[in-house]
Design a protein around this ligand. Sequence first.
Ligand code: NAD
Ligand code: UFG
Length: 339
Amino acid sequence: MKVFVTGGAGYIGSHTLIALLAAGHEVCVFDNYSNGSPVALARVRQLSNCDMEVVEGDICDEEALARAVADFAPDAVIHFAGLKAVGESNDIPLRYYRTNVTGSMNLLGAMDAAGCGRIVFSSSATVYGEAQYLPFDEVHPVAPTNPYGRTKAMAEQVIRDWTLTTPGASAVLLRYFNPVGAHESGRIGEDPQGIPNNLMPFVAQVAVGRRERLSIFGDDYDTRDGTGERDYIHVVDLAAAHLAALEFSGGVEGCEAINVGTGTSITVRELVDAYARACGRPIPFDIVPRRPGDVASSYAATDKAERLLGWKPKFDLDAMCLSSWRWQSDNPDGFPLAK
Ligand code: NAD
Ligand code: UFG
């Protein structure tokens, strides 16, 4: 199948490319490298021993995107490109709406023009907002509490309405929980710019000596050890979920939102302990006040993914930490700037 992949040079995109190429799909990546690296794509080529088309471009550039989609004439699209930092979305909301909502609308328009009616979209568990109950299932109310989450909820709505009016169209909205880890080779992984916002990349940078100590945001939550609980999912499992979603989208019409998590909650302290085991050194930390906007617990109901996609995660927390550590220790400063 011909698959057009926006944001393929990023963290989740690059891991999904490996899975797509291994499955024999023909791929075209569309990325503006604002948070992705051409080096990641070069390494994907090496690891998979396959080539792919790459177009450097911005999903906000409606014409360039339409041209790239028309030229490639895809059977399906996986849409990763977007901005993803919750804190930043509070500071520059318009940029988030433009990229995540208008960019997604540009993509659907380009697909319409090229006669492509199949999309897998990167959504987020953040669309649920405060938990009214746990685990989050897909019928939990969608009530995001920050601009980033609202852009994802809006893009979901736009895609859903598009499927309602486009004969034969099918969309899978994958609501990721907390993607972590790296490809087993240690050649590709998460390479955050500046100070990492997320726990595992921060811990990885402490482990490798780039940062001195982790700050744990609160130990007075109503959880097993007082620290926040999340549902961490190995990025390689997440990549496999995209392949399963792609396959599923071929046989159906309409729009399905599907959680991608493990269904297991891990506390910050548990993750730090597992990482220390994986890297063989202690992770120094301080307990600091809660981060505003954080919830105590978030984890997924996973039965819909299993039922519709026939997909289940394979990797546990130790595998997530080991793979992250391999990537971080082999690439202490992330991807090199030059190819
Ligand atoms: P990432 O930043 O590593 O990858 C995004 C890619 O999109 C990058 O290569 C970037 O250069 C590209 N991009 C950004 N803006 C673009 C634009 N205007 N035009 C073209 N390309 C553009 O992020 P990721 O972690 O791989 O996340 C991929 C998707 O999954 C995002 O949409 C994100 O919101 C969503 N998501 C991520 C997480 C997570 O924790 N990583 C959780 C839930 C959802
Ligand atoms: N944490 C720390 N110290 C840090 C970073 C995080 O203690 O330096 C804690 C947080 O308080 C939280 C846990 O680690 O309890 C996880 O925090 P992350 O920032 O890694 O993840 P979040 O669950 O807050 O958010 C992430 C992404 C969102 C996405 C959401 C989906 O940042 O974009 O997962 O569930 F929407």
